[in-house]
Design a binder for this molecule. Structure first.
Ligand SMILES: Nc1nc2c(c(=O)[nH]1)N[C@H]1C(S)=C(S)[C@@H](COP(=O)(O)O)O[C@H]1N2
Ligand SMILES: [Mo]
Length: 372
């Protein structure tokens, strides 16, 4: 009955042993925890619960660029680490009989959940960086709940294995083993390589090495990548009577020429896409807080911004007060000194510090001051 991997003596490498598993587990665990915490940050910034929205900080300017960059970097590094770790422990996955006791059975069930959730989590995340969604379920919610499942599974795993981990934590306690160092060095080299050839999509000084990332942050219309083009959004032709509608205590409407006559400000701010690329530009336009004031609304107001786009998940965006009040937050009309092209949101777009790219609404048509 016991065939294939279930036969005794199937796995011959001496590296299927606890010290190797512990060393890899430390790095993998660290990468997954960083990934989880930065992922939670991203989730909260994108979709804050009501009690939190008014307290989200608009600074530091590059905060989201940093945390989301770290999210994608740690997730990418976790891929080779997970491969090495699974290779090290996989004889245990084929242990026979499947359960020696109820407790042992439960532990193995936990491992099954942990491995499945982690594999799926890294897989969906990796495909998201490619903007490829070959599945029927919504990416964001799935990725979010798998993250909890994987992290919960990881914590249970660490608890169950704590004695084993403690025994094999220090090198002096571990018997020397031919090949262990070479295997760990090869894994480190693999992690270093995938990191170096992808991190340039967000880390400026690694840009030259950015060979495998799906995006080059300096390649795109007006020097910045575009995720959703004007053609895809159906906003290539802006209505001839376009005007910015601002609704508040004193509603008003401004043409593009009138907007350009208001005091213009400049801000150097990044687009930090949730998919992991980010790039800075010099934006020029009207301060959001000035538009709010013109509508007779007080500082501390939250806003709803609507795009010309007919539909799409980012057509309507809410902006909590700390962003709306920040002097760097602009309704931008220009990028790097040029008028916005259609792909970057002509006639006007939002650019705000420390916020995910998905919330930097393009092709803005309406701003509403929300009742407090
Ligand atoms: N109306 C609208 N605004 C949008 C989007 C969109 O699909 N529709 N995409 C967002 C995303 S995902 C990003 S990363 C930024 C990218 O801005 P860029 O195309 O100017 O680089 O725009 C955001 N603004
Ligand atoms: Mo994005």
């Amino acid at each position: 009955m016991r065939r294939g991997p279930f036969r005794a003596g199937t796995f011959t490498s001496p590296l299927h042993e606890p010290r190797t598993a512990v060393v890899l587990g430390r790095w993998l665990g660290a990468a997954l925890l960083v990934c989880f915490l930065t992922g939670l940050t991203s989730h909260l910034l994108q979709d804050p619960p009501g009690w939190l929205a008014g307290h989200l900080p608009a600074r530091p300017v590059n905060g989201y660029r940093f945390t989301q960059g770290l999210h994608v970097i740690s997730g990418t590094a976790a891929v080779p680490l997970l491969g090495a770790k699974l290779w090290t422990v996989y004889p245990r996955l084929f242990e026979w009989p499947p359960a020696r006791s109820v407790l042992h059975g439960l532990e193995r069930l936990g491992i099954a959940v942990l491995v499945a959730a982690t594999l799926l989590e890294l897989f969906t995340g990796l495909l998201n960086t490619l903007q490829w969604y070959p599945w029927p379920f919504p990416f964001r919610q799935t990725h979010f709940w798998l993250g909890w499942l994987a992290t919960g599974g990881l914590l249970v795993h660490l608890g169950v294995k704590a004695p084993l981990i403690a025994t094999h934590w220090w090198r002096r306690a571990a018997p020397a083993l031919a090949g262990r160092r070479a295997f760990l060095t090869a894994t480190t080299a693999a992690v270093g390589t995938v990191t170096l050839v992808t991190a340039g999509q967000t880390v400026p000084w690694l840009r030259a090495l950015d060979l495998l990332a799906p995006r080059r942050p300096d390649v795109g219309v007006q020097g910045i990548p575009v995720n959703r083009t004007a053609a895809q959004a159906g906003t290539l032709t802006v209505p001839a009577d376009w005007g910015l509608q601002v609704d508040g205590p004193q509603p008003y409407r401004l043409t593009l020429a009138e907007l350009a006559e208001l005091p213009q400000y400049e801000a150097e701010l990044p687009i930090a896409c949730v998919e992991g690329w980010s790039a800075s530009a010099r934006w020029t336009g009207v301060r959001v807080v000035d538009l709010v004031r013109l509508a007779g609304a007080p500082a501390g107001s939250a806003l709803r911004v609507t795009s010309l786009e007919a539909d799409g998940p980012y057509r309507v965006m809410e902006m909590p007060a700390p962003y709306a009040d920040d002097p760097l937050s602009l309704l931008a009309l220009r990028i790097n000194g040029q008028e916005l092209t259609a792909d970057h949101g002509y006639p006007a777009r939002i650019i705000v510090p420390n916020r995910p790219g998905v919330l930097q609404t393009k092709w803005v048509s309406r701003i509403e001051v929300l009742a407090r």
